[in-house]
Ligand binder design. Structure first.
Ligand code: PLP
Length: 420
């Protein structure tokens, strides 16, 4: 099946009611046929639902659909993008281990790595995502994962994905790609050798700013890499918390199986079936939306690039952008809806943000409604001038998440605000 067909049908088998729309199974628990049936489900001898913290039929459709769209073999949905990232990391790393991560990550991932995981005894080391060779100097026997974003938020850089995943393969370390901004419609990390993909489904997957959620997707290669690998003993030795189950010795993909049966079971950041249903609706139109987001953003980037009051535009599909060679290699279908531009001063940027009418001042991305933010006065407000410069946030930097309105209206809105 081609992707557009999978996005509409994958994972859903109509039950007796024959509903065209996937039903929302709002149920905490499920009845067993007998004591023996219950015992078989608990021992994984039979497949079925026990309790919605572990699995749910609506969420199962979402997991199967996104796994298929990403080219993976299994997925685990979570309550947020952050919990998907957290689970994917602590699935492999324990106290004393370390994660090698891209220096260009979403702020929440940075604080997770540098503060929260540090408290758990897991160290983070950072590399430039355009220079995968830096990774080799950072890896040691306790490195358990290499984490990066395909298109980074907020810096809008395109990683050298193949270079990063090749190094991960050379050392048999799990690579984890946050594909939130690109989505599988524009780019599939697994095609370029990545082992695990994570998403904040709260962005383009929901698509209209409706719900928080996340998902991790496991490739076939991830399971092979983990099996009999001394770095990942926890997957290859009996798990005492699960009657001695060896995760690599079942018929299920081991990475997502362990994340489900150990982390979701014990920490419980489970996705609501209602939110799974919203994300299923989102996936049905994701491809069409991503093309429109990309088209609108490209037109706006070109307009801004030619405006005399704009100093610089950051958009990977622009020839003038340093990410252009990577965009041409990985983002053949479009560069998504995020872009940023710099004007002369803090005052000038503030004036533009205060004068737009269609764009809303919001700290989110991936909505059908266009969004504008001024990092220096909001997300990065606490930083000094020197710290702002180090973070690559100029005082006159404005970030846009370009929505699905008519591009002519969006350009007119920005033009009026810039020239006000
Ligand atoms: N990853 C990226 C690239 C993001 O932009 C975000 C949120 O902005 C997250 C992860 C976290 O996702 P959530 O807000 O769903 O927890």
């Amino acid at each position: 099946m081609k992707d557009k067909t999978k996005a509409i049908h994958e994972g859903y088998i109509k039950d007796i009611q024959k509903t065209m729309a996937v039903p929302i199974y709002m149920s905490t628990a499920y009845e067993y046929e007998s004591v023996e049936h219950a015992a078989d489900l608990f021992a994984l001898r039979d497949v079925g639902n026990i309790y919605t913290r572990i699995s749910n039929p609506t969420t199962d459709v979402f997991e199967k659909r996104i796994a298929s769209l990403e080219g993976g073999v299994a997925a685990l949905a979570t309550a947020s993008g952050m919990s998907a990232i957290f689970y994917s990391l602590v699935n492999v790393a324990k106290a004393g281990d370390n994660i090698v991560a891209s220096a260009k990550l979403y702020g929440g991932s940075v604080t997770l790595l540098t503060h929260t995981l540090k408290r758990f005894g897991i160290e983070a080391k950072f590399f430039d995502p355009h220079k995968p060779e830096e990774i080799e100097k950072l890896i040691d026997k306790n490195t358990k994962a290499i984490l990066f974003e395909s298109i980074s938020n907020p810096s809008i850089d395109v990683a050298d994905i193949e270079g990063i995943c090749n190094i991960a393969d050379k050392y048999e370390i799990i690579s984890i790609c946050d594909n939130t901004v690109a989505t599988p419609s524009l780019f599939k990390p697994i095609d370029y050798g990545c082992d695990v993909v994570v998403h904040s489904a709260s962005k383009y997957i929901t698509g209209q700013g409706l719900a928080i959620g996340g998902v991790l997707i496991e490739s076939q290669k991830a399971g092979k890499k983990i099996e009999d690998n001394e770095r990942y003993l926890v997957f290859n030795e009996p798990d005492e918390s699960y009657h001695g189950l060896v995760f690599t010795k079942t018929s299920f993909p081991p990475f997502s199986l362990r994340a489900r049966l150990s982390l979701l079971r014990d920490m419980g950041a489970v996705l609501s079936p209602f939110n799974s249903w919203l994300f299923i609706q989102g996936l049905e139109t994701l491809d069409i939306r991503m093309r429109e987001h990309s088209k609108n953003a490209f037109l706006i980037a070109k307009f801004l690039n030619s405006h005399p009051k704009v100093k610089k535009v950051h958009y990977p599909c622009l020839k003038s952008d340093e990410n252009y060679p990577f965009a041409m290699k990985y983002l053949k279908k479009g560069c998504s809806g995020l872009l940023s531009f710099e004007v002369e001063s803090f005052k000038e940027a503030k004036k533009i943000v205060d004068n737009v009418e269609i764009f809303s001042i919001v700290t989110n991305i991936g909505d059908s409604k266009s969004i504008i933010t001024h990092p220096a006065s909001t997300t990065h407000q606490q930083l000094s001038k020197k710290e702002l410069a180090a973070a690559g946030v100029a005082e006159g930097l404005i970030r846009l998440s370009v929505g699905l309105e008519d591009s002519a209206d969006l350009i007119e809105d920005l033009k009026k605000a810039i020239e006000a």
